[in-house]
Design a protein. Structure first.
Length: 359
């Protein structure tokens, strides 16, 4: 073999190596692209099942739909979403109000919009506000569905129905059947925005939706509740008072600690919130006549916790109660701007009230 043949052989070898390298590189790029795309059209958050109401107005283009979904946190990667929309054959996208969640992948979301899938249509939106009462929750339901407020309250007070619920949900016990309780499901209807997608929702199905959410929230805290030595009913009763006694997050755990200190010392809670609940009124000032109301909710007249929760309790107030801040405080007073002043003695507390009374 002469020098020319050797040179040509080396060139051929390099070309073969380069070709193999190029093929491998292209293969890697293709695989990486597939992985990137598959991941990009997946669920934005597999662990987040919270429902999100999405409005797709008439005349919305495919690119605008992607923007709407992205603004609501439903898209993991916009580039992949655009590719998916283009190659997916979604040619009949339908305007409507939809209910999606971040744990849905883009195939599910795009298919729902393309077909107008009734399963994902938002028919009624019911909002139960934090700190609201059963009568207020009943009004919210009645304003959206074909029931009256009185019908809803009657259903939620029916002992046969309540016993069925007690069998179904671990957190509901005979404690809610106490004859002194005004509304048995008070504190158990979780405050949240709910999307009702049924064609003809029943009161039972809507109630189940509420209680399923309560189940979800309480189950996350089941171990902590058990460790507290208190029943779910007791925790919700105290947490409901904490909820309506505090305006700011920084005060909730501290206020819970004050109440627990009073309970441990055998002192009455003396919460104005419980008195007003017994009267079914919402205002700031409480008179001496108010304090005489003969109700097991009146924590001035009866020692210990109120007989039941006094409002819808969000998770943050439950957490503040379970993880209360330890202190030596036995009293607190909220000023007009919502700031809370804490005291260890009655004399100091009375001085604080005298100097800051605003109602």
């Amino acid at each position: 073999m002469d020098l020319k043949d050797k040179i040509n052989g080396i060139k051929d070898s390099k070309q073969k190596t380069l070709l193999i390298f190029s093929v491998i590189l292209v293969f890697i790029i293709i695989v990486a692209g597939i992985v990137f795309y598959s991941n990009g059209i997946g669920a934005a958050d597999k662990n987040d099942g919270e429902l999100i109401n999405i409005n797709i107005p008439n005349g919305t283009s495919a690119s605008q739909i992607i923007e709407i979904l992205d603004e609501n946190g439903l898209i993991k990667n916009k580039l992949c979403a655009k590719i998916k929309m283009k190659i997916g054959g979604y040619d009949s996208l339908q305007a409507n109000n939809y209910v999606f969640s971040k744990n849905m992948n883009l195939s599910e979301i795009f298919e729902a919009i393309n077909t107008g899938d009734f399963k994902y249509l938002s028919k009624n939106v019911i909002t139960i506000i934090e700190g609201s009462t059963i009568p207020e929750a009943a009004e919210s339901v009645a304003s959206k569905l074909g029931f009256t407020k009185d019908e809803i309250i009657a259903k939620w007070s029916d002992k046969t129905y309540l016993n069925e619920l007690i069998k179904e949900y671990w957190f509901l016990t005979d404690e809610i059947l106490n004859s002194s309780i005004m509304f048995p499901l008070e504190g158990y209807i979780y405050p949240e925005t709910y999307f009702v997608t049924e064609t003809d929702p029943t009161l039972e199905s809507v109630t189940k939706m509420f209680l399923d959410k309560t189940d979800e929230e309480l189950s996350k805290r089941k171990e902590a509740i058990n460790k507290s030595g208190n029943t779910v009913h007791e925790i919700l009763s105290l947490a409901s008072v904490v909820q309506n006694e505090s305006l700011f997050e920084k005060d909730r755990a501290k206020i819970a600690g004050v109440f627990i200190n009073r309970l441990n010392k055998g002192m009455a809670l003396q919460s104005d919130i419980t008195v007003l609940y017994a009267l079914q009124e919402k205002r700031v000032n409480v008179t001496y006549d108010d304090l005489t109301v003969d109700s097991k909710y009146n924590t001035y007249r009866y020692a210990g916790l109120p007989v039941g929760p006094v409002c819808a309790v969000p998770s943050y107030s439950i957490d503040a109660t379970l993880n209360y801040e330890k202190s030596d405080y036995l009293y607190f007073f909220a000023t007009k701007d919502g700031e809370v002043i804490y005291n260890k003695t009655l004399a100091a507390h009375e001085k604080t009230v005298q100097e800051n009374l605003w109602y």
